[in-house]
Design a protein around this ligand. Structure first.
Ligand SMILES: *Cc1c(COP(=O)(O)O)cnc(C)c1O
Length: 438
């Protein structure tokens, strides 16, 4: 057999193994989800081999008549779900969507407010010193939102003070980027939008994580609270394919469109646009029920872990109002080691910095926390009862230190009844079924 053929067979085998892993594991990564079979089907279509460029109806390429129709449906569905005047579905990821907003609203060297990474910010909002996108790609000076450890949220009064000081020093911010990667509670957009806009800053909200909750009316609604634009990934709580989107107001449409094309994308992954359109239609039909169940599940998981002895952050506020919970596991070990131990037990989670970790000398490879999200397990049909079961599996690994291999077998057994995607129109194909079209 040729080397090429061996590699070819090996790749296929690895893909199938991956599917087998996810059939027996409990997926709790807050930034991930499982799309419906219809979304997966869209991803395999010929749309993925084409170029469009430009706006539907004004394309640079021929052969786009069906692509244009799908993209317009996608835009229309997003407008309805997010109650937005203007939507651009061409950013190929959440980071690209953020870049679009930076390009539309700022110039090099401008000052932007965002959360620091230990407090839940994302690398795409990061400073140049850490290689963050905002700093190193757009040359933005990132000022951190003052963060209240106790409330797990942006400190409104301290932020107002910081804005005043900067304005006095002739360093008025040009952009405020709310939202983040660890977002258990709604951000104070309503409380702060005016303070930013009064000094000439635009207000954006990075809904990469919570876009599905916003669409399902289970979280805050940034556009109504004063945001000028909302960026998002389409594959975290929103159960679409990996892609991005910006939703905003008509008055910003031209500058955002231009930032995206010709600014940031040439081809914009048309198969993914079709997949997003399908996911948005599913959200319009099933989204409210789905989003509410996600939040009920994460509250229940937080409570159950708390009762089993874990330090879940945000206890006095009911642990969370979103899809994720933040757990301090530092008394049992470090996040990196425990993440690996949980994976052996078929529990897929990610280690996460706690807000005070850097100050305590911890690093992102060995942080004091883990982050758990309930979107994917909710989509697999799990409810509050299963959250208590999951808390027990996690306890057996981390607190009881039982054999992970043994727990892994129990987890695989537990997972057997949850193989279908819920909250979608058709689910004859299983969630992680390996679909062959060769
Ligand atoms: C995940 C995430 C992103 C990046 O999204 P991609 O789609 O992976 O590019 C941006 N911002 C926040 C807050 C995120 O959590």
């Amino acid at each position: 057999m040729s080397e090429a053929r061996k590699s070819y067979d090996n790749i296929t085998r690895l893909l199938m193994e991956h599917h087998r892993l996810f059939r027996r594991a409990i997926p709790l990564i807050a930034s991930e989800n499982v799309p419906s079979p219809a979304v997966r089907e869209a991803l395999t279509t010929d749309f993925g081999n084409r170029y469009a460029e430009g706006w539907p109806g004004e394309r640079i390429y021929a052969g786009c008549s069906f692509i244009d129709q799908v993209e317009l449906i996608c835009i229309d569905l997003a407008k309805r779900l997010f109650d937005a005047e203007f939507v651009d579905v061409r950013p190929i990821s959440g980071v690209t969507a953020n870049l679009a907003v930076y390009t539309a609203f700022t110039n090099y060297n401008d000052i932007m407010f965002a959360l620091s990474i230990p407090c839940g910010g994302h690398i795409s909002m990061g400073r140049q010193a850490f290689g963050g996108t905002a700093g190193s790609v757009k040359g933005l000076q990132v000022e951190y939102f003052p963060y209240d450890y106790d409330e797990l949220n942006i400190d409104v009064d301290e932020t107002k003070k910081k804005i005043d000081e900067l304005v006095k020093g002739n360093k008025a911010p040009k952009l405020a980027m709310f939202g983040g990667s660890v977002l258990p509670f709604p951000h104070p957009v309503k409380e702060l939008a005016e303070a930013f806009q009064n000094c000439g800053a635009k207000v954006a909200y990075d809904a990469a994580h919570v876009s599905g909750l916003i669409a399902g009316k289970a979280f805050q609604d940034p556009l109504r609270e004063g945001a000028d634009a909302v960026t998002m990934s389409t594959h975290k709580t929103l159960p679409g394919p990996q892609h991005g989107m910006v939703v905003s107001w008509n008055k910003y449409s031209e500058q955002i469109k231009r930032a995206i094309f010709p600014g940031l994308v040439s081809n914009h992954h048309l198969h993914a646009v079709a997949g997003v359109a399908i996911a948005l239609a599913e959200m319009l039909e099933f989204g409210n029920e789905y989003a509410q169940q996600i939040v009920r599940n994460s509250k229940t998981l937080g409570q159950a872990l708390h009762e089993k002895g874990f330090t879940v952050l945000g206890e006095k506020k009911g642990f969370t109002q979103s899809h994720l919970i933040w757990v301090d596991i530092s008394k049992y070990g470090d996040g990196g080691t425990l993440e690996a131990e949980l994976e052996k037990a078929n529990l897929i989670v990610n280690r996460n910095l706690l807000p005070w970790d850097i100050k305590m000398g911890r690093h992102y490879t060995n942080p004091g926390g883990i982050r758990l999200g309930t979107s994917e397990v909710t989509r697999l049909g799990m409810g509050e009862r299963e959250m208590t079961d999951i808390a027990e599996y996690i306890k057996r690994v981390i607190i009881d230190k039982e054999s992970s291999e043994k727990i892994g077998l129990d987890v695989a057994e537990f997972r057997k009844e949850f193989q279908k995607v819920h909250y979608c129109f058709e689910n004859a194909t299983e969630a992680y079924e390996y679909v062959k079209i060769r």
